[in-house]
Design a protein around this ligand. Structure first.
Ligand SMILES: NC(=O)c1ccc[n+]([C@@H]2O[C@H](COP(=O)([O-])OP(=O)(O)OC[C@H]3O[C@@H](n4cnc5c(N)ncnc54)[C@H](OP(=O)(O)O)[C@@H]3O)[C@@H](O)[C@H]2O)c1
Length: 271
């Protein structure tokens, strides 16, 4: 029986890297999901074939369409990788509820709705796995990234509970927390220019390996790069110190920006 792996956000970055990683596994059939169909078709061709589902995951009928296509084309699902996501970084006073809502819609609601639609198939195909791609920002929040962190904190909390709930059904739920990775949506331009950037930045291939480890090796949680786990530990073990560092950084950024006559953190999309 072939292993069927569905990756959302497979048209670029971490999702495309994950699809390439799973294609190295023997007898694996891929289902690639994102909005840009040409990108998905090009990747499918590169990988020797895959089912392509081009849609907006926030559309009301997206989960049922994906579930129908997967059941029709493959009749089973062994791995669901909830990876599609984006960030619109700006302070709350600027982006307000509208920015929180659109971020939650894609980074949290869409993952939950898709999982709900595919869970019956995952249970029937058990042992199977769901891997949710959250972020280190889902454990530690920074100024200007409140909406993004809220969506990732929500994804982490929900994933932790789902992990326990689905265990008796042999659906493993894993959580992957990328650190800073330079991708299309998250160019990390500042870090790439920084002298220490190459030490701080991780790679999409390493995150893909962490995703595979959670899906196939049934790991519950992986940071990538691994060292980023320390930030989450310190946030719990030494909250005062972490807050002092982050408050200081935010204040410095605000002063620099005020000196330039601009906003502390401009409404740039993604970090
Ligand atoms: N890069 C980082 O530093 C970093 C750090 C921590 C966590 N992450 C997380 O990693 C995941 C992947 O990010 P990435 O860095 O690989 O970014 P990316 O290159 O921008 O990839 C995002 C993917 O999501 C898809 N997508 C966006 N909106 C969608 C929608 N409405 N419906 C369907 N698909 C949609 C995009 O495809 P289309 O545009 O074709 O729809 C694309 O394939 C995200 O969840 C992100 O939050 C990234």
């Amino acid at each position: 029986m072939p292993r069927v792996v569905l990756v959302t956000g497979a048209s670029s970055g971490i999702g495309a890297a994950a699809a390439r990683r799973f294609s190295e596994e023997p007898r694996t059939e891929l289902v690639l999901v994102a909005r840009r169909e040409e990108r998905l078709r090009a990747l499918a061709a590169e990988l020797g074939g895959a089912t392509v589902i081009a849609l907006d995951l926030t559309a009301p009928d997206a989960p049922s369409r994906v579930a129908e296509e997967v059941a029709g084309a493959h009749g089973r699902l062994d791995v669901l990788v909830n990876n599609a996501g984006a960030a619109w970084h700006m302070p709350f006073a600027e982006g307000g509820w509208a920015n929180v809502a659109r971020t939650m819609e894609l980074n949290f609601n869409a993952q939950v709705r898709l999982t709900e639609a595919l869970l019956p198939l995952l249970r029937r195909s058990a042992p199977s796995a769901v891997v949710n791609v959250a972020s280190t920002a889902g454990r530690v929040a920074r100024a200007g990234r409140g909406a993004y962190s809220a969506s990732k904190f929500a994804l982490c909390g929900w994933s932790d509970a789902l992990h326990q709930e689905e265990r008796p059904h042999r659906v493993h739920v894993g959580l992957v927390m990328p650190g800073f990775i330079s991708t299309e949506g998250f160019p990390q331009s500042g870090l790439r220019r920084h002298p220490l950037g190459r030490w701080i930045l991780g790679s999409d291939r390493a995150v893909a390996e962490a995703i595979a480890e959670c899906a196939l090796g049934r790991r519950a949680e992986r940071y990538s790069p691994r060292g980023y786990g320390l930030a989450a530990v310190l946030r719990v073990a030494a909250p005062g110190a972490v807050r002092a560092i982050l408050d200081g950084r935010a204040l410095l950024a605000a002063r620099r920006s005020a000196g330039r006559g601009g906003h502390p953190r401009g409404p740039a999309r993604h970090s």
